[in-house]
Write a protein that binds this ligand. Structure first.
Ligand code: NZQ
Ligand code: ZN
Length: 387
């Protein structure tokens, strides 16, 4: 195992009614916050009212930034920073899913930065300080509630880029699974695919050297296979929602890639789909993942896929290794289909027009250290397989 430092300092209050802790937590370090939210789901499921009651009860003032887009835009980040400066705000309260939380991270860091916030996703600057960030999560998917990453889009240049810095880690996250019961089936499915993809990106690494992390990854994947369909069938199944929510946080909070070299492949390819076509992140992942698996399956990689097939899909240990590996990939495809997720790019209105450019932009140096290193041509081929 390689050396590592693990420091996830986010305080998590998990469970029904935990919003009761929000006011005291916010008041302990902020007196005037920017409340950031999306298109209005929080006003229908009680999150907004719950948060407002908490802020009032603890004497915290606030300004609001509504309308954060799925695939949040840099223009919205700039508006949030403007509000923070104009009103002298000293904290950020994110109410929503990954898009709202990511946007809030960029605002939190951007408010204390002299330059333009696009410098962070563009890799021109790394955030060194940020306003304290509090989150109330409403969707199990990205893990943004317990990681320090933000993904921001710039539609003017067809760019969608991630950045991360320790100062962007939420100070406190309220994880109440009952808030996710109002999610439409399509978002529950996309969220489940995203959790699985984070886990798979960490699981399929060049070297298997972390027994604990590998087994935990398999447990998270099994939980998604078990609880994803349950949450879609019975949207207010609390246990299903709770398991998905906790899995989401642990799939990407740094634990699964401790001690082993990990380079993510499918996410980088998906971000180009979202950048050019604004598709839902989890949908893009569900389309690409089984095709990426097929493309990288070889004599060198089949043992890992076979292990995945046994541990996650319960495939017969006695099956020949290659057969088991192929069956595991088919199971992955069939599972995403069963959640109602699209299986092809064509279904979401994407054709080959931009494949060459997307593949060129997707192919960062990171692809030298992925499970199987990929060239621009390889990536383009995977896009083609996904049509
Ligand atoms: O805008 P509102 O009205 O809130 O509606 C949202 C949005 O339309 C809705 N929604 C969320 N919670 C709901 C709800 N509707 C009903 N009831 C609820 N409880 O769901 C829609 C999607 O929300 P969004 O926040 O966009 O989804 P998600 O959490 O999947 O976030 C996606 C973004 O996160 C990025 C993605 O690229 C994408 O931009 N990612 C962030 C990561 C991170 N920070 O670590 C890693 C991920 O790999 C990912 O890239
Ligand atoms: Zn993701």
């Amino acid at each position: 195992m390689k050396n590592f430092t693990y420091a996830i300092t986010t305080v998590v209050h998990f469970g029904k009614g935990q919003i009761e802790k929000l006011g005291a937590e916010v008041a302990s370090c902020s007196s005037r916050v920017l409340m950031v939210y999306g298109g209005g789901s929080i006003k229908r499921n009680g999150v907004y009212d719950g948060a407002v009651a908490q802020l009032r009860a603890h004497g915290v003032e606030w300004a609001e930034l509504p309308g954060v887009e799925p695939n949040p835009r840099i223009s919205t980040v700039r508006e949030g920073i403007r509000l923070c400066r104009e009103k002298g705000l000293d904290g950020i309260l994110a109410l929503g899913g990954g898009s709202v939380i990511d946007c809030s991270k960029a605002i939190a860091a951007g408010a204390l930065y002299d330059g333009d916030p696009w410098d962070f996703p563009a890799g021109r600057a790394a955030p060194e300080k940020a306003l304290p960030l509090f989150t109330v999560l409403t969707m199990a998917a990205t893990g943004s509630e317990m990681d320090n990453i933000a993904v921001i889009s710039n539609p003017d240049s067809n760019e969608k880029e991630a950045f991360g810095a320790p100062c962007c880690l939420p100070a406190v996250s309220i994880l109440d699974p009952s808030y996710t019961c109002s999610l439409p089936a399509s978002q529950t499915a996309a969220g489940t695919a995203d959790i699985m993809s984070h886990t798979l990106e960490n699981y399929f690494s060049p070297i298997e050297t972390n027994y604990l992390a590998d087994n935990m990854a398999e447990a998270i994947l099994r939980a998604c296979v078990l609880y994803g369909p349950k949450a879609i069938e019975v949207p207010d199944d609390y246990d299903a929602r709770a398991n998905l929510m906790w899995c989401a946080s642990w799939a990407i909070n740094g634990f699964l890639d401790m001690g082993k070299p990990v380079g993510w492949s499918v996410h980088r390819m998906e971000h180009e789909l979202s950048a050019f076509y604004d598709v839902t992140h989890g949908v893009g992942l569900a389309i690409l993942t089984p095709n990426w698996m097929r493309y990288v399956l070889s004599e060198q990689t089949e043992a890992r896929f076979a292990r995945y097939g046994e541990a996650v899909w319960g495939l017969d240990r006695a099956l020949p290794q290659r057969e088991k590996a192929e069956a595991a990939i088919q199971k992955t495809r069939a599972f995403f289909n069963s959640l109602g997720l699209p299986a092809t790019l064509t279904e979401v209105g994407i054709d080959s027009t931009h494949f060459a450019e997307m593949a060129r932009k997707a192919r960062t140096a990171n692809f030298d250290r992925t499970f199987v290193p990929l060239s621009v041509e390889d990536i383009q081929e995977i896009y083609k397989m996904s049509l």
